[in-house]
Design a protein around this ligand. Structure first.
Ligand code: ARG
Ligand code: ZN
Length: 886
C-alpha cells in the first residue's frame, strides 16, 4: 500500500477540458462530469483508470455511447478507448454525511469543498493527480432561497433563474489546473468587497465571504489580502492574474486554509477578527495565512507539483514567502527579528521533534501510505528553511532573479523540487549555491536535524582564533547514514565588552565588523580568524542561518555577554534561552536542586536588565522572558520524565515571578495602556509584555498569598477594551491557578457564548492550563460534556482534545496512564468521524520512546491499543504503525 517516489510515471491519458454540472442537495448531490481526454503518446497504451471514493455511479458514456467498464477497488477502469474521446460520467454523493470534510461537504447549511490532496475523487471519477491539468467549466444549480450564493473558480460567465425556485451560476476558470485546486461554495453568505488597481494598472475585485453576522470581522482579512497583492508584485514581480479573487470562511475545516484557484477557502479562525473577539496573535496569523494562500496563486497554482512527493515545492516556498511578507510589513529591524524568532521557535518545538521521531521524513519524502499525513512541519517549515538558505547563499537580489527564472521556465507546468533548485542556481551561476547544488540538495533527500558541534581556540601569540566545526546527522527511519550538508553559518565575533570585532580570515588583508557567512560543506572543517587582541565571544548561526542544532560549550559568562549585547537579535535571544535551558537541565538531573530555586542570581539579574532595558522593544523583551517550553526542554534530554520537566519549569516561573516582582510591576505599568487598538507589532508587543508581567504577578501572589494583583487582574479582565488584554488577564488567573479564575471563566463564557472562535479559546485555555496534582484530565472530561462541545467540529475538537493531548505535556503524562487511555479513546473515536483529524491527534505520542518508565511502557501500550483496532483509517494506521516500529 505504500506509494513510492521512484515509481512515478507520467499519466497514460491527459484530460484537456472538464465540464461539471452540479445539482446541489445536501442528501443527494448529482454530478455530471463531461471530459475531453486523449492518450498520452509518450506512454505505452494502457487502460484508463479513474480514481473515485464513496461515489454512487449511475452512468458512463464514451463519445455519447454506453461503454463497458469495470471497477477495481475504488477505480473505474475502461479498457479499450480511442486516442481522443469524450467521457461522460454521472454520479451522486451525500455531502451532509461527509464528516471527513474531504470532497464536497456541508457546514452550517452551506456547501464547501476541500480537494487537496485527494478529495476531488470524492466528487467525481477523475485522474486525481496533480500533473493532470485541465480547463474547468462549472455549472452550479440549487434552490435559490437556501443557496443564494453560488461560487466556483475563475469568472462568473452566466447566471439566472430556473423553474421551481432554483437558480444557476456558470463559472469558467481561465487557467488550467490540477483537480486538487477545484472548489465550489454554495449557501447564504455575504461579502466584503474591494476594488483595487494593481501597480500594472489592472483592476481586480477582491471579496471576503462570510456568514451574515460576521461581516464586521472581515476588515483585517481584506487588508491582509490587499497587502498580499501589492507585496507579491513589488517584491517578486508576480501580479494577480484574475479579475476576481475570493476568500470564503467556513467553521468546519480540517486545516488552516486552501489555495483553490481564485476561490480560497479558509477556516474561520484565519479570517474573522475584530478587536473584541480576536487577539494580536489571531491578527498576525490571519495576515500570514491570507498571504500564504494568496502567494500560492503563483507558487502552487501557476506552477504546481508533479506528484505529492514534491509537496514542499509549493509549501516550503510559500511558507518562506509568507514569512518574508510578514517581515516586510514590519516597520523596523527589531520587529522583523521578533518575527524570525517566532518562526524559529515553531521550527524547533515542532519540526525538530518530528525529525527525531518515528514520522521523520525528508523535505521531499520517498514514500507514504496516506499523503494527508505529510502535510507536516517538515514539508512546510523545514522546507521554508531550505528555501531561506538558498536566499542566504545567493543574496536577496539573486534570489529574486531565481524566482523570476523559475516562473519564466515553468509557468503552467507541474514540476519537481529539483526544477526549483535548478532555476535558483541557474539564475546565480557564480554563487556557492550553483557550485554546490548537488550537495545542497541533500537538504531535500536526507531527513533528520543535523548537529553542528563548534569549538573555539584562541592563540595569544598569533592573535588568532580558530573555530572548528564538526557536523553529523542522526539516523532516521530508512536512512542509517547521512552525507554532509551544505550549512551556511552566519558568524560574528564579539569582544568581552560586547563590541563587534572585525571578522578577518587568515590570508585576508582586512576584516570588517559584522556578520559574515561561512559555507560549511565537509564533516569537519576549521576557520582561523586573525587580528584579535583577546579571545572573542563567537556569535554563531546568527538569525538562525541553518536548521541545525548548534553545540558550543559557551561559558555562562559568554552567554551573558551575548544576551547583554549581541547586535544580532536572534542570538541575543538565543543566549537567554541557552542559559534557561542549562538551569532547567541542571535542576532536572539533580533531584536535590529540583526544589524551589533552579535559577542562579546571574540569570535573574540578566532577566531584570532585559526587562528594565531602556532601548529594547517590548515584543523582544517578552520573547526573552518566556522560558523554553516543556516540549523544547524535553527534546534536549535523552530520557524524559515529563512530570519532572513540568515541575522544574513551573519552579523557574515561580522564581522569576518572585525575584523580579518589582520589575514585573514596572513593566506592567509602563505597557498596560496601548491606546486605541491596532494590531501593529509595537503595540501588540507592549500588550504581550504587559500580559506576561500580569501572569508573573499572579504567580507571585500564589506564593505570597497577597491578593492585590489577582484582584487587579480580574478588574483588568472586566475593563479590557480588546480581546488581547482581556484574554491575557484571564490567562494570568488561570495559569497561576488562582481562585478568581473560576468567576472570570464563567463571565467570559457568558459574554462570548455566541462567538464560536472565542469559545474555542475558552475551552483551549482550560484544557491547556498548568496541571496541579492531576486536575486537568478530569476537567477535560467535564469540558467534553459541556453543551458547547462537539467532537465533529475540528476547531472545537482541537480546542479541548488537542490542547490537552498535544500541548499540555505536564497534564497528559500521568503516572497512572489515564492520560494515554484518554488519548487512545479519542483517536479511535475521531478516526470513525474524521481520519485526518484523528491521525493528527495520533501524533501526540510520537516521542514515546524517549519517556522514562512508567510512562514509556504505558504510552507504548496505548499506541498498540489503537493499532490493534480493526477498520482503522489509512491515515491513523500509518501514524501508529510507524510509532510502534521504532
Ligand atoms: N495547501 C493548503 C495550504 O497549505 C493545505 C491543504 C491541506 N490539505 C490536506 N488534506 N491536508 O495552504
Ligand atoms: Zn500552503
Amino acid at each position: 500500500i505504500a506509494i513510492r517516489r521512484e515509481d512515478y510515471s507520467a499519466p497514460a491519458y491527459w484530460i484537456d477540458t472538464v465540464e461539471l454540472t452540479f445539482d446541489l442537495d445536501p442528501a443527494k448531490t448529482r454530478v455530471l462530469n463531461r471530459m475531453r481526454l486523449r492518450r498520452n503518446p509518450e506512454v505505452a497504451p494502457e487502460p484508463l483508470r479513474l480514481d473515485g471514493d464513496e461515489l454512487n455511479l449511475a452512468r458512463v458514456l464514451v463519445d455519447g455511447q454506453g461503454a463497458s467498464f469495470r471497477m477495481e477497488a475504488d477505480q473505474l477502469v475502461i479498457d479499450s478507448l480511442p486516442d481522443a474521446f469524450e467521457l461522460e460520467i454521472f454520479t451522486t454523493c451525500c455531502p451532509v454525511k461527509n464528516t471527513k470534510l474531504m470532497g464536497l461537504f456541508v457546514s452550517e447549511d452551506t456547501f464547501f469543498t476541500q480537494c487537496e490532496a485527494e478529495g476531488f475523487r470524492r466528487i467525481t471519477y477523475f485522474l486525481d493527480r496533480p500533473d493532470v491539468m485541465a480547463s474547468y467549466t462549472v455549472t452550479l444549480r440549487a434552490t435559490k432561497a437556501a443557496y443564494p450564493v453560488l461560487l466556483s473558480n475563475g469568472n462568473l460567465v452566466e447566471h439566472g433563474d430556473l423553474p421551481e425556485g432554483r437558480h444557476f451560476a456558470k463559472w469558467v476558470d481561465p487557467f488550467r489546473k490540477p483537480s486538487y485546486l477545484f472548489a465550489l461554495v454554495a449557501g447564504k453568505l455575504v461579502a466584503r468587497e474591494q476594488h483595487i488597481k494593481a501597480r500594472n494598472g489592472r483592476e481586480h475585485l477582491l471579496q471576503v465571504y462570510v456568514r451574515a453576522g460576521d461581516l464586521d470581522k472581515t476588515e483585517h482579512a481584506m487588508n491582509s489580502l490587499i497587502n498580499s497583492v501589492l507585496w507579491d508584485e513589488a517584491r517578486f514581480g508576480l501580479p494577480l492574474d484574475l479579475d476576481r479573487f475570493m476568500i470564503v470562511a467556513t467553521s468546519d475545516f480540517n486545516m488552516g486554509a486552501m489555495e483553490n484557484k481564485g476561490l480560497n477557502i479558509f477556516n474561520t479562525k484565519y479570517v474573522l477578527a475584530n478587536q473584541a473577539t480576536a487577539t494580536d496573535a489571531d491578527y498576525s496569523n490571519i495576515e500570514s495565512v491570507v498571504g500564504h494562500e494568496y502567494f500560492h496563486n503563483w507558487s502552487g497554482d501557476r506552477v504546481t507539483c508533479r506528484d505529492w512527493f514534491q509537496l514542499s515545492l509549493k509549501e516550503g516556498l510559500t511558507v518562506f514567502r509568507d514569512q518574508e511578507f510578514s517581515q516586510d510589513l514590519c516597520a523596523d529591524a527589531s520587529a522583523r527579528a521578533v518575527k524570525r524568532i517566532e518562526d524559529v521557535r515553531v521550527l524547533r518545538t515542532a519540526q525538530f521533534p518530528e525529525d527525531a521521531g518515528p514520522m521523520a521524513h525528508p523535505v521531499r519524502p520517498d514514500s507514504y501510505i496516506e499523503i494527508s499525513n505529510f502535510y507536516t512541519v517538515t514539508i512546510y517549515e523545514k522546507g521554508a528553511e531550505v528555501v531561506r538558505m538558498m536566499q542566504t547563499l545567493v543574496g536577496r537580489k539573486g534570489f529574486e532573479r531565481g524566482i523570476t527564472l523559475y516562473f519564466e521556465r515553468h509557468d503552467g507546468q507541474a514540476v519537481t523540487c529539483d526544477d526549483f533548485a535548478q532555476a535558483i542556481a541557474d539564475a546565480n551561476p557564480d554563487t556557492e549555491l550553483a557550485r554546490l547544488l548537488p550537495q545542497f540538495k541533500r537538504w531535500y533527500s536526507q531527513a533528520g536535524t543535523p548537529r553542528l558541534a563548534a569549538h573555539g581556540v584562541y592563540d595569544a601569540a598569533s592573535r588568532s582564533y580558530t573555530l572548528s566545526f564538526v557536523q553529523s546527522c542522526p539516523p532516521t527511519p530508512g536512512q542509517a547514514t547521512k552525507d554532509p550538508f551544505v550549512i551556511p553559518v552566519n558568524l560574528g565575533l564579539l569582544g568581552a565588552d560586547g563590541r563587534e570585532l572585525p571578522v578577518q580570515l587568515e590570508g585576508e588583508a582586512e576584516g570588517t565588523p559584522g556578520t559574515r557567512t561561512l559555507v560549511l560543506t565537509r564533516a569537519g572543517e576549521q576557520y582561523t580568524f586573525i587580528g584579535l587582541d583577546a579571545e572573542p565571544v563567537p556569535s554563531i548561526l546568527r538569525s538562525f542561518s541553518a536548521p541545525v542544532i548548534l553545540d558550543y560549550a559557551y561559558s555562562d559568562a559568554q552567554l551573558l555577554t551575548l544576551l547583554a549585547s549581541d547586535p544580532d537579535p536572534f542570538n541575543r535571544w538565543e543566549a537567554g534561552q541557552r542559559l534557561a535551558l542549562r538551569a532547567a537541565i541542571r535542576a532536572i538531573n539533580e533531584p536535590a536542586l529540583a526544589g524551589e530555586q533552579p535559577l542562579d542570581e546571574a540569570f535573574v539579574d540578566a532577566m531584570r536588565s532585559v526587562l528594565r532595558h531602556p532601548q529594547l522593544d517590548a515584543a523582544f523583551k517578552e520573547l526573552v522572558l518566556t522560558l523554553p517550553s516543556e516540549t523544547y526542554i524535553a527534546e534536549q534530554l535523552d530520557v524524559v520524565d515529563p512530570q519532572r520537566v513540568h515541575a522544574v519549569r513551573e519552579a523557574m516561573r515561580a522564581q522569576l515571578a518572585t525575584a523580579l516582582f518589582a520589575d514585573w510591576e514596572q513593566a506592567y505599568e509602563q505597557n498596560r495602556d496601548t491606546g486605541a487598538y491596532t494590531p501593529d507589532p509595537v503595540s501588540s508587543g507592549r500588550r504581550a509584555l504587559a500580559g506576561i508581567a500580569l501572569t508573573h504577578l499572579c504567580l507571585a501572589a500564589r506564593a505570597s498569598g497577597d491578593n492585590v494583583w489577582p484582584g487587579k487582574t480580574l478588574q483588568r479582565f472586566k475593563d479590557a477594551g480588546n480581546m488581547t488584554d482581556r484574554f491575557n488577564a484571564l490567562s494570568a488567573l488561570v495559569s497561576s491557578g488562582h481562585a478568581l479564575a473560576a468567576q472570570a471563566l464563567a463571565r467570559f463564557h457568558e459574554i462570548f457564548k455566541n462567538e464560536a472562535l472565542v469559545i474555542d479559546k475558552w475551552f483551549s485555555l482550560q484544557a491547556g492550563a498548568p496541571d496541579r496534582g492531576g486536575d486537568i484530565l478530569p476537567l477535560v472530561k467535564q469540558l467534553m460534556k459541556h453543551p458547547d462541545f462537539s467532537i465533529k467540529n475540528p476547531n472545537r475538537a482541537r480546542s479541548v482534545i488537542f490542547s490537552y493531548c498535544s500541548a499540555n505535556p505536564g497534564a497528559l503524562h500521568r503516572p497512572d496512564a489515564a492520560g494515554y487511555v484518554f488519548w487512545s479513546d479519542r483517536v479511535i473515536e475521531l478516526d470513525a468521524i474524521n481520519p485526518q483529524v484523528a491521525a493528527r491527534l495520533a501524533r501526540a505520542l510520537d516521542r514515546w520512546s524517549k519517556l522514562a518508565e512508567p510512562y514509556r511502557s504505558a504510552a507504548r501500550e496505548a499506541i498498540a491499543r489503537v493499532a490493534a483496532r480493526p477498520d482503522l483509517s489509512k491515515d491513523t494506521h500509518e501514524v501508529v504503525t510507524r510509532a510502534l516500529s521504532i
